[in-house]
Design a protein around this ligand. Structure first.
Ligand SMILES: Nc1ncnc2c1ncn2[C@@H]1O[C@H](COP(=O)(O)OP(=O)(O)OP(=O)(O)O)[C@@H](O)[C@H]1O
Ligand SMILES: Nc1nc2c(c(=O)[nH]1)N=C(CO)CN2
Length: 203
């Protein structure tokens, strides 16, 4: 008896799969079975800053394909890039996560989390309830303006590098050097650890 559903090479319903499709499926498989490490900067200088940062961490953890692996200490920081005294101070922190999302989807999710916390985009570097930036994604280097990797200003920001260094003293910023060395080139004035505050790693 012949097996009715057995499709051999002569089966006319079996079409050859184009090589480009095979490549795409293989690439997706690699991402799924090989989560990438990403470093995210969180900042808030409007509203309940600590609650917002914790809410952002929890929202990121609730994202399919994202697992938070580490949360830095909290820093209170003077607004960078604007007239001194023109904005409230920020709370900043860093999270390290593993993700099966590609970089563009992680950025979309970062924007959705900002929106969930009523982030308003008006002036550049304006005060905000929540800022979620991708500092680094694996060892990718890209100058795409939609998603520049590493973040184009991370290496000049002590409010990014100080908490990241606390969490990962050996960390490297791809294409720029070690976080420790970069931090050594910056002033830490106005970047103050808030040891009385703590963000929780989601369970
Ligand atoms: N690594 C990155 N992380 C987040 N956004 C990025 C990145 N690279 C490029 N962008 C783009 O920058 C745009 C503006 O981002 P955003 O409004 O968060 O800027 P900002 O936080 O005010 O300033 P800065 O970019 O200096 O942190 C985003 O819409 C995004 O497409
Ligand atoms: N201290 C501090 N300054 C900033 C911050 C921030 O998170 N902390 N974010 C900015 C835009 O991303 C601009 N300036």
């Amino acid at each position: 008896m012949t097996a009715p559903f057995l499709k051999g090479p002569s089966d006319p319903t079996v079409q050859p799969v184009p090589a480009s499709v095979v490549d795409q499926v293989d690439a997706a498989d690699t991402t799924l079975s090989n989560p990438k490490r990403a470093v995210i900067s969180l900042g808030s200088n409007l509203g309940n800053r600590l609650e917002t940062l914790q809410g952002a961490i929890d929202a990121l953890e609730d994202t399919p394909g994202v697992r938070i692996k580490g949360v830095s200490p909290v820093y209170e920081t003077e607004p960078w890039g604007v007239e001194p005294g023109s904005q409230p101070s920020y709370f900043n922190a860093i999270v390290v996560l593993k993700t099966t999302l590609p970089p563009s989807s992680l950025l979309e999710r970062a924007h959705a989390v900002e929106e969930a916390f009523h982030r308003v985009r008006d002036e550049r570097w304006g005060a905000r309830t929540l800022d979620v930036d991708i500092v680094a994604y694996a060892d990718l280097v890209s100058d795409d303006p939609q998603l520049t990797l590493p973040h184009p200003r991370a290496h000049e920001r002590a409010f990014v590098l100080a908490p990241w260094h606390d969490l990962e003293p050996e960390a490297q910023l791809p294409g720029r050097g070690t976080v420790a060395e970069l931090l050594g080139t910056l002033t830490r004035d106005g970047v103050t650890p808030r040891e009385d505050l703590e963000l929780q790693l989601p369970e």
